[in-house]
Design a protein around this ligand. Structure first.
Ligand code: NDP
Length: 259
């Protein structure tokens, strides 16, 4: 077996929450290119179906789109049931779905706080719980969650306390889950991206058109990256190439957190 063979995912099944657009879309594509069948789980069924069809067409793997709200346990459980009905076992879960609300702490509403924490943090728990039960029965798997460098730093100039709290929670949740599920051969890791050009970062640009320049001034690499720059780390963490890693984090941030 060559080293590149260890990155192959042939015959495995991956659920990618938010696999219809942004970082999740590129991760879903990359896992499929490595050979995995892919379940796209997101709220908007039209774009989920379109992404699943494009991935199947371009890679030849089998795909399934399931309309899902990761913040709702019934919805998550129905999605996992549909995935198991279609593919029997699930070897990979990517907790990628996430939102940000740019609002100062002193004026953030309870609803805004809850929406961010429910989708980003509770959603990660609900999906991990439902898929973890399946992985325990089938002999193990790999769970990776897209946290953020916001778990490690204070962002500036935008205000986003709920987001940073949710991402810090994902990092802490991951360490604990890795410890609890090692005995089931389930590895649990995170990817912590820096600023990546998606609808998420476009929200901040809409507030302050000069924000990219402020962000870039803090980076070692003078560039806002694209979702395709995050996806290779997901293939690594999903695959046997990272078999000795659990409870760990890969930071993909152009050197932002170094300063
Ligand atoms: P986008 O805004 O482009 O995409 C967000 C994704 O999350 C969409 O696929 C969306 O699906 C899905 N989603 C949101 N809410 C739910 C929900 N309740 N249930 C199911 N799916 C949901 O964001 P990014 O691609 O930028 O972000 C992906 C992840 O990466 C997030 O967790 C984000 O926090 C993280 N991240 C992003 C960074 C960046 O700079 N872009 C930096 C660091 C981390 P739908 O279209 O159906 O709403």
């Amino acid at each position: 077996m060559t080293v590149l063979d260890r990155f192959r995912l042939d015959g495995q099944t991956a659920i990618v929450t938010g696999g219809n657009r942004g970082i999740g879309r590129e991760i879903a594509q990359a896992l499929a290119e490595a050979g995995a069948n892919v379940v796209v789980a997101n709220r908007n069924s039209e774009s989920g179906q379109a992404a699943a069809a494009e991935i199947a067409e371009s890679t030849g793997v089998d795909t399934l789109a399931v309309e899902t709200d990761v913040a709702d346990e019934q919805s998550v459980n129905a999605m996992v049931d549909a995935a198991v009905d279609e593919f029997e076992t699930i070897e990979i879960l990517v907790n990628n779905a996430g939102i940000v609300v740019h609002e100062a702490a002193e004026t953030m509403t309870e609803e805004e706080w809850d929406s961010v924490v429910d989708i980003n943090l509770k959603g990660t728990f609900l999906c991990s719980k439902a898929v973890g039960q399946e992985m325990m029965e089938s002999g193990g798997g790999s769970i990776l969650s897209v946290s953020s460098m916001s778990a490690l730093i204070a962002n500036y100039p935008q205000r986003q306390v709920a987001y940073n709290a949710s991402k810090g929670g994902i990092e802490s949740f991951t360490r604990q889950l890795a410890s609890e599920w090692a005995e089931h051969d389930i590895r649990v890791n995170t990817i912590a991206p820096g600023y990546i050009r998606t609808d998420n970062t476009d929200q901040a640009d809409a507030i302050d058109p000069d924000i990219d320049e402020v962000w870039k001034s803090e980076m070692l690499m003078d560039e806002i990256a694209g979702p395709e720059d995050v996806a290779p780390a997901a293939v690594f963490l999903a695959s046997d190439a990272s078999r000795y890693m659990t409870g760990a984090r890969i930071v993909v941030d152009g050197g932002y957190t170094v300063r």
